[in-house]
Design a binder for this molecule. Structure first.
Ligand SMILES: Cc1ncc(COP(=O)(O)O)c(C=O)c1O
Length: 392
């Protein structure tokens, strides 16, 4: 009856069953996986957001497959302010970044074709590829205690076959928090150019550099030879995932990017999935992004500092280097498996963390925590984690 697209095991796993059970019994669980910005006690200007969404102009339906010009101009202004000016004609709006991936996978791949995605990385991505009948192949990020994370360019190159259509870079990557380095940009642009691959760059966490650090947004500066698609949206940039506004910026080689723009316009015309009120609200909301970004950044910094302090009091745990994003990776040296650890923590300490295997780490021992929870909640969860698994 149904297609093979979602024939993976969709049953509840032991962890989610235990969590449901605890919630049913009314137990309070300290959730260190919480990454929904609207549920962590941030102070949103509710009246202003609602006023921006209720402009009279939003009552008129006059769709443009690329997105309304007023919204695309607002987004172009954001890039100008970031020092990476773009052309509004290069912008295409979507209802979320997942939606943008889906459109690009339709644009670039035939059924069975491959996209290369980072490992460890964003768990949804391989499923998104699969739902569009593509195969996701993983290229590894390597960790070095002194240098931090880097892309294994040799393996990436070796994974390219005639069926490969695109390389996905997440800048900074989720959950490793690593930005793409200058040498990596150069090498990957050349690889894509040489093999006729598109480069998809996901910048949803871009504005959340640790200690003010950030990458250099080179994909926007028309320095790339390969066809590039840069993704971002309100979900992380504004901390407003429910408003469902994201976008694709098309760049790179002129002939290819012109053809891609024309195809994207055709594709998006079939869906017209972005609601009108959010497009009219975009400029007003983007102008106020610093208010929410400041709160998110200060939350991340405070939680990250606490985590570092507590971890240094142990001899068997370390926090991996983080350049940006909303997550921290803790490496725990002991003989406990990931599965046992996360179950045990939830069962006995009422604390929920992500196991490393959720993000496809190459070995056991990693725990991923969101840095967004309120500071008291975060401190309590981290203290329980360390009490249970940290050795003095
Ligand atoms: C790397 C990355 N890209 C995209 C998304 C999803 O964004 P959206 O809510 O716009 O679909 C996430 C969500 O966590 C993410 O981690």
């Amino acid at each position: 009856m149904f297609s093979d697209r979602f024939d993976w095991d969709q049953g509840s796993n032991a962890l989610s069953l235990l969590l449901e059970d605890k919630k049913r019994r009314g137990e309070t669980v300290v959730d260190l996986t919480e990454a929904n910005p609207t549920r962590v006690g941030l102070d949103y200007d509710v009246d202003d957001i609602l006023a921006a969404l209720s402009q009279p102009a939003a009552i008129k339906y006059a769709p443009d497959p690329r997105g309304l010009s007023i919204a695309r101009q607002a987004i172009a202004k954001y890039y100008r302010e970031r020092g990476a000016p773009i052309d509004t004609d290069a912008l295409f709006l979507t209802a979320g970044t997942s939606d943008a991936y889906s459109i690009l996978f339709k644009l670039l791949g035939n059924p069975g074709d491959k996209v290369l995605i980072p490992r460890p990385g964003y768990p949804l991505l391989s499923y998104l590829a699969r739902l569009d009948s593509l195969r996701a192949c993983f290229y590894p990020l390597r960790y070095d205690t002194a240098e931090g994370w880097s892309i294994d360019l040799d393996v990436l190159q070796a994974l390219i076959t005639p069926q490969t259509r695109a390389i996905v870079l997440i800048d900074p990557n989720n959950p490793t928090g690593s930005y793409v380095k200058q040498t990596e940009w150069k090498a990957i642009d050349a690889m894509c150019h040489r093999h006729d691959l598109a480069l998809i760059v996901d910048e949803v966490f871009y504005d959340y550099g640790a200690g003010g650090a950030a990458g250099s947004m080179p994909a926007h500066q028309n320095r790339f030879e390969s066809l590039t698609f840069v993704l971002n949206g309100f979900s992380k940039l504004m901390g407003l995932p429910q408003l469902k506004l994201a976008w694709i910026v098309v760049g790179g080689e002129f002939g290819l990017s012109s053809a891609a723009r024309s195809h994207l316009e055709t594709l998006l015309d079939f869906y017209l999935s972005v609601a009108t009120p959010i497009q009219h609200a975009a400029e007003r909301l983007l102008d106020r992004r610093h208010a929410i970004q400041r709160q998110i950044l200060s939350r991340i910094e405070a939680n990250s500092r606490f985590l570092e302090e507590r971890i240094t009091s142990t001899v068997n745990c370390r926090v991996l280097q983080r350049e940006g994003g909303w997550y921290a990776v803790v490496d725990i040296l002991d003989m406990v498996s990931d599965e046992v650890r996360v179950m045990h923590l939830l069962k006995h300490d009422n604390t929920l963390v992500h196991p490393g295997f959720f993000y496809d780490f190459n070995r056991e021992g990693f725990v991923v925590v969101s840095l967004l929870p309120g500071e008291d909640i975060f401190r309590s969860g981290v203290s329980r984690l360390i009490r249970r698994y940290g050795h003095k």
